[in-house]
Design a protein around this ligand. Structure first.
Ligand code: PLP
Length: 232
């Protein structure tokens, strides 16, 4: 088995175990394979292992890479988007995880309208309040969902967050719990369900699953450390 196949088998077991602990079914959790900084060749290898959903965080990198990858793959944009990249992003991606302001939503809506596309999106919430992180405050996320009827080309599917870096997965739990609470408050405000919670990375995805994640974004644990990605 290649490394990716081996890593994936282990990840799938860990997802199943976390789902079992939480009384959830494995089908409720989608794995987004984050191949940023890895080549199209690595992505093709991952696709051969059965992975179909991939995440990228740079539009330029994705634009160069996606045409060299199998056509059946689905691509999610997990990075923060600058307004001048919106046009490319809506052509390349099937979902945008980190919409972090209403002006960005407005620009995306306009671009999608021109392209006759409807784009599923998630709002990024800065649950920890760290200055280095993008996203809505929990309060502004709740207020902002009311603006979404103004953006008919955008489908609001849920919320996304990143927990502060820590070596202890348990340290992420309060942030994931908080995101779930914010989602519930948003649903009350909208009067409609928001199906997706994008939370959990290589270091904390099991805790995220226990707290209700429906999309986990895994790079390192599948592909190895990115510092090594450019070596060969
Ligand atoms: C890089 C990245 C990930 C994956 O991180 P790993 O720790 O390598 O699993 C997940 N989410 C976002 C937003 C990222 O930029």
């Amino acid at each position: 088995m290649t490394d990716i196949a081996e890593n994936l088998a282990q990840v799938q077991q860990r997802i199943t175990a976390a789902c079992n602990r939480a009384g959830r079914s494995h089908e409720e959790v989608q794995l987004v394979a984050v191949g940023k900084k890895f080549t199209a060749e690595v992505i093709r290898e991952a696709a051969d292992c059965g992975l179909t959903l991939f995440g990228e965080n740079r539009v330029q990198e994705a634009k160069a890479k996606i045409p060299d990858c199998p056509g059946h793959l689905r691509w999610h944009f997990i990075g923060n988007l600058q307004t001048n990249k919106c046009r490319d992003a809506i052509m390349l991606f099937d979902m945008l995880h980190a919409v972090d302001s209403l002006p960005l939503a407005e620009e995306l809506n306009k671009r999608c309208n021109h392209a006759a596309k409807v784009m599923p999106i998630l709002l990024e919430v800065n649950v920890s309040g760290e200055g280095s992180k993008h996203g809505f405050t929990p309060e502004s996320a709740v207020e902002s969902v009311e603006a979404f009827p103004n953006f008919p080309q955008l489908e609001l599917h849920g919320l996304m967050t990143m927990a502060p870096f820590s070596r202890q997965p348990e340290n992420s739990r309060p942030y994931f719990q908080k995101l779930r609470e914010v989602k519930s408050t948003c649903e009350d405000k909208l009067g409609a369900p928001l199906p997706e919670l994008s939370m959990g990375m290589s270091g904390d995805f099991e805790v995220a699953i226990e707290e209700g994640a429906t999309l986990i974004r895994l790079g390192t644990t599948l592909f190895g450390t990115r510092a090594q990605a450019n070596k060969d």
